[in-house]
Design a protein around this ligand. Structure first.
Ligand code: GTP
Ligand code: MG
Ligand code: ZN
Length: 354
């Protein structure tokens, strides 16, 4: 097996360890490892030692969006003149979200999540906070990329540093200001370009994800101007796709998200709002609601300005949304349980009747 080539598309020991002895023995011969590069309605694109191929997806992996994502590694066997996925190798991590009450896998086997945001009127700190929660939740190192810094001074005289400082106030260390019109601004991103690394870009439509991917890889994806009225994008990219940079780093472009429902973000929220969580543990009463209770450490910190009211409000707001999603999730489970019980009843009824 020419393992060097597989390593250049992200194969590593962690993945190898997921294989059985038999699979390892057959690897590169009767079994092949492929990495998913795009998932279309009727087609799955992947790359392996032999190059790019379309793969067939068996029934047990349907619906695909719930079982498989760009960046996943699969084992593939020949089936007639096609190649069919025989199993998915357990990924090191995956990003998931809730989409109309269903789990949807967005990307897999990531080293970094680049949260892309533009230095214009579309800049929104709360949205960045949500993406950060997502990264912490799935234990992927977040990097915030502030794009279009060349346009900065046009926006109310703000400099790129104003935007970068705002992001840093969310306790993020890895923040970069970039502009595709200034190649030196892209040099700072080389830190993430170690052979075999995988980076996924997430962010709203129009922030410049595809433009950045095009600048960093050999891809020529469509990009489109944003609306003048509110700086929002036109949802140009329609599917997730994995590309490679010249220095063999996998980079995943994604369509701008309309809504970001956190999947199960308790740990993510705790990391973004570590200061508040620590304060809460110091309240006099364990069931403190942090409203008007005596001995409330949060209220005290708000009074002294140790934490900002907006920061605390964000925390409460996100917490509320999260509970809402969980209730919806529970609701759908309850519905399914109800359905199961109902069909069982019908079944028994049939049996007794016939
Ligand atoms: N001035 C300037 N414009 C940029 C820069 N990066 C991207 N743009 C422009 O921003 C617009 C949107 O860029 P896209 O790359 O299509 O945005 P996207 O994030 O991929 O959007 P979706 O695919 O809809 O999610 C295009 O007109 C780009 O030319 C930049 O650094 N400076
Ligand atoms: Mg795009
Ligand atoms: Zn309290």
């Amino acid at each position: 097996m020419n393992s060097l080539k597989l390593q250049s598309i992200g194969w590593n020991n962690y993945l190898l360890q997921q294989l059985s002895f038999e699979e390892v023995a057959l690897l590169g011969d009767k079994i092949n490892a492929f990495r998913i590069t795009a998932i279309h309605r009727n087609r799955i694109e992947a790359i392996g030692q032999v190059g790019a191929r379309d793969l067939m997806c068996p029934q047990f992996l349907q619906p695909v969006s719930q079982h498989l994502a760009v960046g996943d590694w699969v084992l593939v066997k020949p089936f007639e003149e096609h190649l069919s996925i025989s199993r998915v190798i357990t990924p090191k991590n995956r990003i998931e979200r809730l989409q109309s009450n269903h789990k949807q896998v967005i990307a897999a086997n990531l080293d970094y999540l680049w949260i892309v945001t533009s230095a214009n009127h579309d800049f929104n700190l709360k949205r960045i906070q949500r993406y950060l929660s997502l990264a912490y939740e799935f234990e992927i190192e977040p990097v915030v990329i502030v794009t279009k810094t060349d346009l900065c001074n046009e926006i109310d005289g703000k400099s790129a540093w104003d935007f970068i400082d705002q992001v840093k106030s969310l306790n993020v260390n890895l923040v970069h200001g970039v502009s595709v019109t200034d190649s030196t601004s892209l040099e700072g991103l080389q830190d993430y370009f170690k052979v075999g690394n995988t980076i996924a870009l997430l962010g709203s439509s129009g922030v410049g994800k595809s433009t950045l991917v095009n600048a960093l890889s050999n891809s020529h994806q469509a990009t489109q101007s944003i609306r003048d009225s509110d700086n929002k994008g036109k949802h140009t990219t329609t599917h997730r796709q994995l590309f490679f940079t010249d220095n063999k780093v996998a980079i995943i472009d994604t369509p701008g998200m309309r809504e970001l429902h956190l999947f199960k973000s308790d740990t993510g929220l705790e990391k973004t709002f570590e200061d508040i969580v620590t304060l809460m543990s110091r309240c006099k009463f364990s069931n403190c609601q942090h409203e008007s209770e005596p001995g409330c450490a949060v209220i005290a910190a708000l009074k002294t300005g140790e934490i900002l009211q907006t920061h605390f409000d964000n925390y409460k707001k996100l917490l509320k949304e999260d509970e809402f999603i969980k209730r919806k999730e529970l609701g759908s489970h309850a519905e399914k349980a109800h359905d199961r019980a109902f069909f069982k009843m019908i079944d028994q009824h049939r049996k007794t009747k016939w």
